[in-house]
Design a protein around this ligand. Structure first.
Ligand code: WTA
Length: 641
């Protein structure tokens, strides 16, 4: 492994030397409560907590800083006003580079948040209410999240790329009576009809939404329902709007994420622990200094946009860029234009974007200056060493350390990474545990694996940023994360730990696939497919995809008498797009007369995965199949594609 080691650069590191890391890490485990009480001082508390962790994995009951009282909007904005009110909070870069960019100082962002908070109150939002945010990547999106936090409402951000159907499901699940959206968005020059999508979602029976606040953004035409729809500008005002005092365990937000079964789960995070975790991880992992300009390219519709756009940077009083657009518009140099324009020093993105840009060659990168960059990061999926090296050598000109950060919606923030300056890097390995995090590997039977080993990645103890429950369904939370390996949190990922204690994530071990860094439940795609009247059965698996990491491979059987053709294939793809959204569009549809099943009727996904991967030599035991001949037919079908 040593030949693939990339030495930690001798930076003027401020946060951790290897020795400091080791010492602090050891103490974070051995003196856990004291460590976390100390770390809690990163935030302002109305009432400081007297105890940190108070949790159990059996039964599952997770609490941190239980008797503490605080408000995260105060921590993200108000408390900075005296010392750095005129410091830049957000540089907003619009989709179209010719459009007007906007810069908001902490004072200006604070004012915007107060205005939105007052608008929320004006439409009837109260503490504890769920507010759905369906927005483009504009400052008002982040401001809306903070406005909810300010008044104690629970935000549920739904990615603007999700379809009306998917939006409707998420509104209904948490019984959200309020929606904040924009007239429209722009991505890569293409309009996104956000308000139209909200209208369509609210036509579904039982929607129950009382009021929709609409931000004027693109100026596009929208339909209007009097008495339900309100322009934000008409409801916003500058009246005093004090921060609501929240208990540490009061819910902060719900974020829907895909699992291996059923509908997306509303993962619930609470105020105190999440706040400490977002603040701490941002501080250590990005090694942030006062003059830094941070840029995380994630949308606020994902957890990365929650922890490293909305909360982490602002809790730390950092300056950041918010970008509405996409990496390849107007051309493949856009990211680096934005880096140069704002002097971005810390850049955090997904491997899929790196791979897509790598394909365009070095030109669009090397033609830009990029000398402001000093630290690079990735998140969302394993990064292949080739893409890692390109990122390091071309984008970072070999100067910038890379943090490959492993974490999940459920973990609230970064869990495993190298720390810049402290750790040498290995291309493709996430690295070591952050403070207070105790990863363990177990085999299929739950037996603990020591030393260098490969197994299922679990956490042996809780950390403040851990999700507390699945909204409205605690049993599902218990079943999903704590029942496979009792007494531990199970991530759903496979992992290899090498002799240096570095973690190499091998991908999901459940029926979740990772498409361009987006988690997708294969069951969700299957449900969308079988809604089509010609489809009898569908089985969806992932397969290796050069750019997306994994592509979506759908095996489909049709009802008797139906014949597959190109038109049907197009219809099925359209069906999935309208049920979930463009990110779930199938890459391959493989019509087959039958699926491989056991005699008890269970689909053998292991075999389907191998066929999708074009790996026919290791199909394993097919003797338990009800009809082993199905496999030959499937292979023939795959080869013909
Ligand atoms: C995967 C995104 C390898 C993993 C923050 C995890 C990664 C899932 C990495 C969570 C990484 C995330 N290396 N795999 N650095 N980061 N993953 O909830 O499979 O959208 O379980 O959170 O992404 O996806 P989620």
């Amino acid at each position: 492994m040593t030949d693939s080691l990339v030495r930690a650069p001798e930076t003027d590191r401020t946060h951790a030397t290897p020795e400091q890391y080791a010492e602090r890490y050891a103490r974070s485990l051995s003196d856990n409560d004291a460590f976390w009480l100390e770390e809690a001082r990163r935030l302002d508390w109305v009432t400081a907590p007297s105890k940190a962790g108070n949790w159990s994995y059996d039964p599952v009951d997770i609490r941190w800083y239980d008797d503490g009282v605080l408000n995260l909007c105060h921590n993200a904005l108000d408390r900075h006003l005296d010392a750095r009110g005129e410091k830049v909070a957000l540089h907003f870069e619009p989709d179209d580079p010719e459009s007007e960019a906007r810069t908001l100082t902490y004072r200006e962002l604070h004012r915007e948040v107060v205005r939105i908070a007052n608008a929320l109150k004006a439409i009837g939002v109260k503490k504890g209410d769920r507010v759905t945010i369906y927005m483009p990547m504009i400052p008002e999106g982040t401001a809306a999240m903070l406005a909810c936090a300010r008044i104690g409402a629970i935000h549920s951000v739904v990615f603007g790329g999700f379809s009306p159907e998917a939006l409707a499901g998420r509104i209904a699940d948490c019984e959200s009576r309020f929606v904040i959206t924009a007239d429209g968005g722009l991505r890569g020059g293409k309009p996104v009809p956000l308000k139209d999508n909200v209208d369509a979602a609210l036509e579904r029976p039982g929607a129950g939404v009382e009021a929709v606040l609409v931000v004027r953004h693109t100026g596009c035409e929208v339909n209007w329902t009097e008495g339900r729809d309100f322009w934000l500008a008409d409801k916003a005002n500058d009246a005093d709007c004090p921060c609501e005092e929240m208990k540490a365990e009061d819910p902060l937000f719900i974020l829907y994420t895909s699992g291996s079964t059923g509908k997306p789960k509303g993962v619930l995070h609470t105020t105190g622990g999440y706040g400490v975790w977002a603040a701490l991880t941002f501080h250590y992992v990005f090694d942030v200094r006062p003059e830094d300009i941070f840029w995380c390219t994630a949308d606020i519709g994902w957890i990365t946009g929650h922890s490293y756009v909305a909360y982490g940077p602002l809790l730390n009083g950092a300056s950041q860029v918010i970008f509405e657009g996409v990496p390849n518009y107007p051309d493949a140099g856009r990211f680096w234009d934005v880096v140069d324009k704002y002097g971005v020093s810390i850049f955090y993105t997904a491997p899929t974007a790196i791979r897509a840009l790598m394909r365009e060659g070095d030109g669009p990168v090397t033609s830009r200056d990029r000398s402001s960059l000093r630290l690079l990061g990735t998140v969302g999926e394993p990064i292949n060493p080739e893409a890692w090296r390109w990122y390091h050598e071309v984008v970072g000109s070999g100067r910038c350390p890379i943090v490959d950060t492993w974490w999940q919606t459920e973990t609230g923030g970064i869990m495993i990474t190298t720390l810049p300056g402290a750790h040498d890097m290995k291309p493709g390995a996430a690295g070591k545990a952050l403070f207070g995090v105790e990863p363990v590997l177990v085999d299929g039977e739950g037996k603990l694996l020591e030393g260098a080993a490969e197994g299922n990645l679990c956490m042996a103890r809780s950390w403040p940023g851990q999700a507390r429950t699945v909204y409205g369904d605690h049993q599902r939370f218990v079943d999903t994360y704590f029942s496979t390996f009792p007494g531990r949190y199970f991530s759903g990922d496979g992992c290899r730990r090498d002799e240096d204690g570095y973690h190499w994530i091998t991908g999901r071990v459940d029926d979740v696939i990772n498409v361009s860094g987006h988690r997708m439940g294969t069951a969700e795609v299957e449900s969308a497919l079988v809604l089509h009247p010609t489809v009898a059965e569908a089985a969806v698996v992932g397969y290796p995809h050069d750019i997306k990491g994994q592509g979506i491979y759908c095996f489909v059987t049709l009802v008797a008498g139906e014949e597959p053709d190109d038109a049907l294939e197009r219809e099925l793809k359209a069906q999935v797009r309208s049920e979930i959204g463009p990110i779930a569009t199938p890459d391959l549809i493989h019509f087959t007369p039958a699926l491989p099943k056991t005699r008890s009727g269970k689909i053998m996904r292991r075999i389907l995965r191998k066929i999708a991967e074009n790996d026919y030599d290791s199909l394993g035991d097919t003797s338990t199949l009800a009809d082993p001949g199905v496999v030959d037919a499937l292979i023939a079908g795959r080869r013909n594609r």
